[in-house]
Design a protein around this ligand. Structure first.
Ligand SMILES: [Mn+2]
Length: 370
C-alpha cells in the first residue's frame, strides 16, 4: 500500500525509513548482552509502555537481557493497574548500577532533561523520545527524537512492526492505552504515526483490561486534593490557576491540570503542588501550536528544569529551603507571571467555586495558609 492509501482501514505500514531506523538501533546495541532501559521520573503511561515496548524489541531482535527502570514513584491508580496488567517488572533506578550495563537506553526523556534519574556523566547508547531535541543528544550513539509524534509508544510500535514482531496481548493493551492517554484519545498533538499505531494495536488489545486500567479504584487522597484544588482554583480570563498544596503523589499535579482543563471557556491551566523537596508545576493548553514547553520555561525562569510539548508541559523547583508560606508566595508569583505571559490580568481573577475559603475575587483572607 502506498502512503496515500493509509487511513482507518489501512493503517500505514512501516516504510524503508523505519527499516533503516531499526537497523541503526540494532547496530548501536550490537554485541551487548544486557541493557538498561530508563524512563522519566514518576512515569506516566507513555513512559511505562514505551519502556516495556523497547525492552521487547531489544529482547527479541538483539537477544538482550533488559532491566526496566525509573526514578520517583508510580502514583496514579491508573498507572499502577497499567503495570499490573502489563505484567513486567520495573525497578527503581537507584537500586541498579547503570554504569555496569553496556547499553543504557532512555525512553520518553533525554540526557539532562531534568526529569530523569540518570546518574550525571552516565553514557547513553539509545534515546527514543518525542520531546524537543536537546544538545546532549550528540553524545548518544543512536537517537530517534521526533517532537511531531504525539506518543513515544507510537514510535516504539514502528520498531515492533519494522521488526515483524507480534506484541502479546498485554503489551498491545498497554501501548494502546498509553497512546490514548498521552494524546487524549488522539485529540492532543496526535500525528499519523499515533493513529496508525492505534489502529494496529486495537485489534490486538484486551478491551476488558483497558477498562480495568481506565477505571481503577481511587485512593481517598485524590478526592481530598480535588476538594482543596476546587476551593482554591481561580481564573483570569482564559487562564485557570490551580494551587493544590501538598500532594499525596507527584503526578497528581498533572492529573488535576487535565481535570481543570475541561472547564468551559478555559484555554490554559496551570496546577502547582508540593511533593517532597519540590514544587511541581503542570501546564496544559487547548490551543494548537502553543509552545507550552517554552511558556513554562519562561515563567520558571531558571529556577529549575522546565519544558515539554506544545500543549502539555511541566517544571520542578527545589523548595526544600522554603517555608510553606514562602512556597505559597512563590506559587502565587509564578501564576501571576504566567497570566502576564499569556496576556491576562491576574488582578482580575475570580474564584472558580465561591465559598468561605475562596472569596469571589482578590486576595485570600488574612491568616489563610492553604
Ligand atoms: Mn510522552
Amino acid at each position: 500500500l502506498g502512503q496515500s492509501d493509509a487511513g482507518p482501514l489501512n493503517p500505514r505500514r512501516p516504510g524503508a525509513e523505519q527499516t533503516e531506523r531499526l537497523a541503526a538501533l540494532l547496530h548501536a546495541v550490537e554485541g551487548a548482552e544486557r541493557a538498561l532501559v530508563l524512563t522519566h521520573d514518576n512515569p506516566d503511561p507513555d513512559a511505562i509502555a514505551s519502556a516495556a515496548g523497547l525492552a521487547f524489541v531489544l529482547q527479541k531482535c538483539a537477544n538482550l537481557q533488559v532491566s526496566l527502570t525509573f526514578g520517583g514513584i508510580v502514583g496514579r491508580a491508573e498507572n499502577r493497574v497499567l503495570i499490573e496488567e502489563l505484567g513486567v517488572r520495573f525497578e527503581r533506578v537507584e537500586k541498579v548500577t547503570p554504569a555496569s550495563y553496556p547499553v543504557v537506553a532512555l525512553v520518553d526523556t533525554q540526557p539532562r532533561a531534568g526529569n530523569n534519574s540518570l546518574p550525571a556523566g552516565q553514557l547513553v547508547t539509545v534515546v527514543l523520545d518525542h520531546h524537543p531535541a536537546r544538545p546532549e543528544l550528540t553524545a548518544v550513539l543512536f537517537a530517534d527524537v521526533r517532537p511531531g509524534v504525539g506518543s513515544c509508544c507510537s514510535m516504539v510500535v514502528e520498531y515492533l512492526r519494522a521488526a515483524k514482531l507480534e506484541p502479546d496481548r498485554r503489551l498491545a493493551t498497554a501501548l494502546f492505552y498509553a497512546i490514548q492517554s498521552e494524546t487524549l484519545d488522539l485529540g492532543r498533538e496526535a500525528s499519523e504515526a499515533d493513529v496508525s499505531a492505534s489502529l494496529y494495536l486495537y485489534p490486538r488489545s484486551d478491551p476488558a483490561a483497558i477498562s480495568r486500567i481506565r477505571h481503577p479504584r481511587i485512593p481517598e487522597g485524590f478526592f481530598r486534593a480535588v476538594h482543596a484544588a476546587l476551593e482554591r482554583a481561580w481564573r483570569a480570563g482564559r487562564v485557570m490557576c490551580v494551587p493544590v498544596g501538598r500532594l499525596d503523589y507527584p503526578d497528581m499535579v498533572a492529573q488535576l491540570a487535565d481535570l481543570f482543563m475541561r472547564a468551559d471557556g478555559v484555554e490554559w491551566v496551570i496546577a502547582a503542588g508540593h511533593f517532597g523537596d519540590d514544587l511541581l508545576l503542570s501546564l496544559r493548553t487547548l490551543l494548537p501550536n502553543a509552545r507550552a514547553g517554552e511558556v513554562v520555561r519562561a515563567v520558571v525562569n531558571g529556577r529549575g528544569p522546565a519544558g515539554g510539548h506544545d500543549s502539555m508541559a511541566g517544571a520542578r523547583i527545589d523548595v526544600r529551603l522554603l517555608t510553606d508560606a514562602e512556597i505559597e508566595t512563590l506559587t502565587a508569583s509564578l501564576f501571576a507571571d504566567l497570566c502576564v505571559a499569556l496576556g491576562e490580568d491576574s488582578n482580575e481573577r475570580r474564584a472558580l467555586v465561591v465559598d468561605a475559603g475562596n472569596p469571589p475575587e482578590g486576595h485570600l483572607p488574612e491568616g489563610e495558609d492553604g
